[in-house]
Design a protein around this ligand. Structure first.
Ligand code: GAL
Length: 676
């Protein structure tokens, strides 16, 4: 069973952001682009992302000639086009004529025209202008044979605090709460005399206004997501009404906290994202690899289909404090890493380096020198050649048996809590530590949300720092364990509900106290120079850092106790049999080794294994995709040296169609792609 993003073209896509509108003055460049595209083994161009000024130079005056030619040329060169809607940046005439399209900051300052992503998502004028240009594009290219997919805008993000947005926020709140009385209660506004008596008294959070009502801040973030999603829906509908069969995506940005990506994901047909890890060519690259792997898994898990790596750099970016080149071999490895985690494309920002302005030194396939005889071009060529041999993997899925909970709303509320390590609770780094345990063992994992997910498909679920647990989620987790699932939660579990009101009656709340068989009475936050020692029943010890919860046993089995301080002897790790399942509670934070160990033990207990049968040496991992019949395994070596792996199966290499078994050598940075 395969799931194709566009069944009309069953190949890995290889290409990138193409901006011919920057080169219209030089037709030789444009024809050279087509020669080079074929030479680079590229079969795709993402066209028109920031091309609004070239498409509509004056209000209502459109010029599609250059785009017609680009579409035709790419088609003639055997390529496909992902066609962008240009709403990420506006032509200058628009803000001059309609200032309402500009954003207002959280301090109420109307922004000046310029940059990009500087528009109000509520503005009816902006929405109308976007719909007009989008419909023109769709009408014009609906039957073009090169059209593969829609790329809606670019990296939606940011927020606007103008009067239009404020009003829309109030309407959204009214719909949600019905009455001010209800809103005041859910936001706990009796605190500090914050009770509202008129909807118009409510403003978005601001550093010069209200910033302490956490319910308001949480709802504002939800509103920003909802408003952005609504804007995306307008964009989506404007093109899909004309081209219903052309899939649409928008390029996401992994951990970006301004939007709940799970909601944004519902507005598009497939997921794509932009990945710019800092590969530095040293030992730190293994952490970069793990973190990037987690991002790929997070993005794939948004809808559990194949996704696209919409942007990456073939060599270097320009916006980091230090912009280091990718070392030889890393471009191939990092590109195949995306495919290993479920991507059906490798795409770049950008095709040809701009001659001027902000991104002129950002890596691109074609450098300022203008020809193919560059290291980077050859790297791209090799990736393209390898992707051409992976047709049979296109459309295959990742079938993970375990999951980590990753919930944007949980991160928002816990981040804003005035408590614990107030300014940095290290939520994402904690998730990273759990993720690393899977990566180190070559085990596929999904990063799932709390709402629209079927928990029962997973043998074990890991939920680090799941502080926000609604009654509904509490019931869902309870049912999961009762029916045989294994759940691991940590310190800070289920402290607040969906409105950021504390659960009363003891933590973990939302009915989870009985599931874990414990009561968490208090949390001790340690200074960076402090630690406690946790002693496990086998006599081994673990250093507990940052957080130690004072928990009481209420039926659970104690697996470890604190060894010092006034809570010495209290439980630090417990497990509870509940229904047919098991619930582990880790009451402290460790430096990582213990997290790795406990995850490893739960994986053995639940019989979850890597798709690769042999032991994986350090810094080598394996990930798999499947069509239901064949399993495709990517074994990735992040060592800068050759390593040996061993298998008892007989595998077939996907790109060279050879049998491999027994001892296999992996070159530095090599990815072996095998199937069985
Ligand atoms: C992305 C953006 C691209 C380009 C790139 C540079 O965030 O979508 O347009 O600016 O960064 O790394």
């Amino acid at each position: 069973m395969k799931d194709y993003i566009n069944p009309d073209f069953k190949h890995m896509l290889h290409g990138g952001d193409y901006n011919p509108d920057q080169w219209l003055h030089d037709p030789t460049i444009l024809s050279e682009d087509m020669r080079l595209m074929k030479l680079a083994n590229c079969n795709e161009m993402t066209l028109g992302i920031f091309a609004w000024a070239a498409l509509e130079p004056e209000e209502g005056q459109f010029n599609f000639d250059w785009m017609d030619k680009a579409m035709d040329d790419i088609h003639a060169a055997g390529g496909k086009v992902i066609l962008a809607t240009p709403s990420g940046a506006r032509p200058a005439w628009m803000a001059q004529k309609y200032p309402e399209v500009l954003r207002t900051t959280e301090q109420g300052i109307k922004k000046l025209d310029g940059g990009r992503h500087n528009h109000c998502f509520t503005s009816p004028v902006y929405r109308e202008k976007v719909a007009i240009i989008n419909r023109k594009l769709a009408e014009r290219y609906k039957n073009h044979p090169a059209l593969f997919a829609w790329h809606l805008s670019n990296e939606y993000g940011g927020e606007c605090h103008c009067e239009l947005c404020k009003q829309a926020f109030r309407v959204w709140l009214k719909e949600k709460y019905g009455t001010l009385e209800n809103l005041n209660f859910q936001w706990w506004n009796s605190f500090w005399s914050h009770t509202f008596t008129d909807w118009n008294q409510i403003n978005p959070p601001s550093s010069i206004g209200e910033s302490k009502i956490h319910g308001l801040r949480l709802d504002w973030k939800r509103f920003v997501t909802a408003q952005t999603a609504d804007f995306i829906r307008c964009e989506y509908n404007s093109v899909k009404a004309i081209t219903p069969n052309v899939p649409a995506t928008t390029n996401l940005t992994k951990f970006y906290l301004g939007l709940n990506h799970r909601e944004i994901a519902k507005e598009v047909d497939f997921i794509s994202w932009d990945s710019y890890p800092s590969w530095e060519g040293d030992d730190g690259d293994v952490d970069v690899a793990r973190n990037t792997a987690m991002c790929h898994d997070l993005m794939r898990s948004l809808n559990k289909r194949p996704f696209f790596l919409m942007e990456s750099t073939p060599s270097v970016v320009n916006w980091k404090p230090i912009n280091k080149l990718k070392r030889p071999g890393m471009h191939m490895l990092s590109s195949l890493q995306a495919v290993a985690h479920g991507s059906d494309s490798v795409q770049y920002f950008q095709w040809r380096k701009s001659r001027g302005s902000y991104e002129k030194f950002h890596g691109a396939v074609v450098d300022h020198v203008g020809h193919e005889n560059t290291r980077v071009f050859k790297d791209v060529q090799s990736v393209g050649a390898r992707l051409q041999k992976l047709d049979e993997i296109v459309g295959t899925l990742v079938d993970a048996q375990v999951a980590i909970l990753y919930d944007w709303e949980n991160i928002w509320v816990l981040d804003m809590a005035a408590a614990f390590q107030r300014d940095d609770k290290k939520i994402i780094p904690t998730v990273n530590k759990f993720y690393d345990a899977f990566w180190n063992r070559g085990i596929d994992v999904d990063l799932i949300g709390t709402q629209d997910e079927d928990f029962s498909k997973y043998k074990a679920i890991f939920a680090p720092m799941q502080y926000l647990v609604s009654e509904e989620l509490g019931k869902k987790l309870e049912a999961y364990v009762k029916n045989g699932g294994t759940l691991l939660c940590t310190y800070m579990t289920a402290m607040v509900n969906e409105n950021d009101l504390c659960h009363l009656g003891g933590w973990p709340g939302a009915g989870l106290r009985k599931v874990f068989g414990i009561w968490n009475e208090e949390i001790d936050t340690l200074r960076p120079d402090e630690f406690n020692t946790v002693r496990l029943t086998d006599g081994s010890t673990v250093k507990a850092i940052d957080y130690c919860e004072l928990i009481h046993r209420e039926g659970a089995k104690v697996l470890a106790n604190y060894d010092s301080d006034f809570y010495s002897g209290m439980p630090a790790l417990t497990v509870n049999n509940y229904g047919k399942g098991k619930a582990y509670y880790v009451a402290f934070r460790d430096e990582g080794a213990f997290t790795d160990k406990i995850v490893g033990e739960i994986l053995s207990e639940t019989n979850v294994h890597s798709a690769f049968d042999g032991d994986l040496p350090q810094n080598v991992t394996a990930h798999s995709r499947t069509d239901g019949k064949n399993i495709y395994v990517f074994v990735e070596n992040y060592n800068r040296s050759t390593v040996e792996i061993e298998t008892t199966h007989t595998w077939i290499t996907v790109d060279t169609d050879e049998k491999v078994t027994g001892k296999i050598l992996l070159e530095p940075y090599e990815t072996l792609i095998i199937k069985k």
